[in-house]
Write a protein that binds this ligand. Structure first.
Ligand SMILES: Cc1ncc(COP(=O)(O)O)c(C=O)c1O
Length: 445
């Protein structure tokens, strides 16, 4: 058995030996289509020559210098590129090594902001149920993923509380209009502000497209502007977690561009560096930066590897490729094809309740019965069976349990790289559709 602890302590996974484009070659001699880029990470696929070359050049120049003394060219250039044109009023960037670290930075920055502007009582955060914001203790406390929180509950801060997500497929009442459902969610947020004392709330936190926990769930039109208005009325910040759905995954560089809303702090990671190096970050609105600059003059936070030169060089190359090769257009075109083919193949499947998502970020949710939407018995581990069946057919996908409440429900995500071709999308859907049939056929009677 392996001495390396990754996930299971009972089973060793195959080893990923080599990657090229959309494919991974494993230690069992299999060539697998990486249909989800891991967890929606590998946005340029594997082994992109421009990214490898940029990393090589940076490595030869300098691998590391501490940020207490130095900045570095690659991190500066990355910030300039990502913030070009100050999208949505975001003017500054802080760089770290993962999505969880980035979420921690967002929480601390929001807290520090209110101390600097003379509102130190603002220390509460409102997030949403069925969300995921990372696995470090602050990010885990922010998240609403019941399954991941349960074991660590005694360690989680009570500075966080949760309201409902916007999950129309299951949570909009039968005779409720979209507008009434949104109004109900807005009222719930308003009530939570009032319960906590509106002047005690630092920020509302949400994923514009809910990633792993709910499976590519988009909000209804009008939801985000209305939630933003509640925050604005009470003077709280809006933190949007785009770790999974951001940096082009949904067809626009920022998922919030399709929601008619802008954040005060945007959290990014996966698509920033595409998995070539561990990197995450936050993008920060000018007013937040100004408060710190005019106040204490420094962000009271830091990590040894923040703004790492090689990680920044890799992310810079990834971001240049996305822009220079016009890949957002491909995300939109291939995303539309992926949706169309999924609907054709599985749209009438009696155990596929919902096919949803945006861009190259798509998901199917599975049910025993489409009319009642009753989920499968969690003991059957249907999502895992589909993942295994897909792997048998040469497709890697991202499967999750607990769609409804952290325990019940199964969904499987597809998140191909932005470079995917139409033929590759067809192959992904063909293998996925067959895997769904295999897994369901294999269920005990
Ligand atoms: C929306 C969201 N936020 C935060 C994180 C945490 O990122 P990481 O796993 O890089 O720490 C994730 C990871 O899946 C995520 O999907």
């Amino acid at each position: 058995m392996s001495r390396l602890i990754q996930r299971s302590l009972r089973q060793d996974p195959p080893r990923a030996l080599r990657g090229e484009g959309i494919y991974i070659h494993d230690s069992n001699g299999r060539t697998i289509i990486d249909g989800s880029g891991g967890a929606a990470v590998a946005c340029l696929g594997h082994g992109h020559p421009r990214v490898l070359e940029a990393m090589r050049v940076q490595q030869e120049q300098l691998c590391y210098a501490h940020t207490s003394l130095y900045s570095c060219e690659s991190a500066e250039a990355l910030a300039d590129l990502v913030l070009e044109g100050e999208p949505g009023g975001l003017t500054h960037m802080y760089l770290c090594s993962s999505g969880s670290e980035a979420m921690e930075a967002a929480l601390k920055l929001a807290r520090q902001y209110f101390v600097e502007v003379g509102q130190p009582q603002r220390s509460r955060f409102i997030a949403r149920r069925q969300s995921y914001h990372g696995n470090t203790l602050g990010a885990l406390a922010a998240g609403g993923n019941a399954m991941r929180r349960a074991l660590y509950q005694p360690l989680l801060s009570d500075a966080f509380s949760h309201v409902s997500a916007c999950y129309a497929y299951r949570e909009r009442a039968e005779n409720e209009s979209d507008a009434d459902y949104v109004a109900r969610l807005v009222a719930e947020l308003e009530a939570e502000f009032l319960r906590l004392g509106p002047h005690n709330v630092a920020a509302f936190i949400a994923e514009p497209v809910v990633g792993a926990t709910l499976g590519c769930v988009t909000a209804l039109p009008g939801y985000f502007p209305a939630m933003r208005a509640v925050c604005a009325r009470h003077g709280a910040l809006l933190i949007l977690d785009e770790v999974m759905c951001g940096m082009g995954r949904t067809g626009t560089m920022h998922a919030w561009e399709q929601e008619d809303v802008t954040p005060d702090i945007e959290v990014i990671a996966k698509g920033l560096g595409g998995g070539y190096q561990p990197i995450g970050g936050i993008l920060i609105a000018g007013k937040v930066v100004a408060a710190l600059r005019d106040g204490s003059g420094a962000f009271m936070h830091g990590h040894t590897y923040q703004a790492h030169p090689v990680a920044s060089a890799a992310a810079l190359a990834v971001q240049r490729v996305i822009r220079e090769e016009g890949l957002l257009a491909n995300v939109l075109a291939m995303g539309a094809l992926l949706e169309q083919r999924l609907v054709e193949r599985l749209g009438n499947h009696r155990h596929v309740g919902d096919i949803r998502g945006r861009g190259l970020f798509r998901c199917a949710e599975f049910v025993t019965d489409r009319a009642t939407k009753v989920p499968f018995d969690p003991a059957l581990k249907l999502n895992d069976r589909i993942k295994q069946a897909a792997y048998e057919r040469g497709l890697a996908c991202y499967a999750m349990a607990g769609t409804l409440d952290g325990r019940r429900g199964d969904h499987v995500l597809l998140a191909p790289p932005y470079i995917a071709t139409a033929a590759e999308i067809e192959a992904i859907v063909a293998r996925f559709g067959d895997a769904v049939d295999d897994a369901l056929a294999g269920l005990p009677d």
